[in-house]
Write a new protein. Sequence first.
Length: 473
Amino acid sequence: MESDMNDASDATDDTDPATEPTQADVVTAFLRNRGEILCLRRSDAVGTYSGQWGGVSGFAEGDPDSQVRTEIREETGLGDDDCELVRTGRPVTVTDPDLDREWTVHPYLFDVDHREIDPSEEHDEFRWLSPTAIVDPADDRETVPALWTAYERVAPTVRSIAADDEHGAAALSIRALEVLRDRAGLLVAERDDGGDESDAADGDEAGAVRTEDEWDELAALAGRLLKARPSMAVLRNRVNRAMADASGTVDTDDAAAVAGAPAVLAAAVAGIDRATAADEEAAAAASEFTEGTVMTLSRSGTVLDALRNGSPSRVFVAESRPAREGIDAAERLAAELDCPIAVHTDAAVAHVLATEPVDRVLVGADTIRPDGAAVNKTGTRTLAVAAARADVPVTVVAAADKVSTREDVNLESGSRNAVYDGDCDLDVLNPTFDVTPAEFVAAFATERGVLDPGDIEAVADEFTELADWREHG
């Protein structure tokens, strides 16, 4: 990982090396956008590792958690509001005998909502790259010491996906593809130590075994990802598509014979690109439904994008207890839209629909059943039923990848303490999702255009075929 300071006043320039401490703490931030990370090349203005590529880094002067944000501001021009902390990793120890220095690297991962940066003089070039470029033997970029090791400390994992209760299904599906991509990329890099990649293509026995071993490992990883969040159809569909594309399921019954790490890597990268574009295209398809007064709930990123790109005259947002994601959504819209934004309790949705001139309800979906029913944040069903009573159409804004192949869905529940943390012996219900029947949905705005509830079954059949890779692997 990038293990040293990007500050032009690097202590190695101003201090007698004989008196320098042999150990130094540094921070390194990986900034992620659309599945790629920001890599910067160190300029001649820095004292060490000039010309090498790394993340945003600097000496940890005091509290690393505070210092890392300082480095991001100074070296990229991004403000605190532009960066969302995702993970803090365990420190990495790196010894550089040439500098007689031991670095303790504190790695961080941040999500950023755009790629417009203003690099400082400590860097002379930057690129947004797949993290696998760090270990790609075909990539001629020399990186700072232990860059990949530090990235692995903050990279998404099966466990982090299973435990994530803050992000929606679409975001977690991309994280799942990143897990698959990262492991496949590392296996490709290890091929550099194991012989010419052409061995497998030429029928070399050792190469064929290697390819089959890679497929078995990556297929097992894909299986664990599929089990991490069983209620999220979009995660299942996107992982299945990547593995089906890699294995060429349609053309062969022997996936392991043709699909090794390079094929899975290429399919996962393509899947990430497709997934990030899908939500944007679904939001664009929903733009025709954003005129006039719109009501929503929770914090669907696709719905928020649709409203940002549309022309609502007013927006009502139900607060979405117990986590009150709707409040966060309303605050974001208030800062970005030039129209009145109103928040209200979940219990007030029927009252607001009956007393205010609402033209359209826009909601997201974590899953869409084959029969057209929408699984979304609890409260969506109540809102849709009340909207039907008020003769207000409901549009679900979601990528078509969220269509499930299963009629039954696993409805996850939240913490009981979020609803009741008292001492009385009470049963506590805190369902995270509910099911809105198709009869209450007027349309689905997807990257494939606007679909009717009756169109959903054909999409589900398509995804059922993608899952066949598991029978051939």
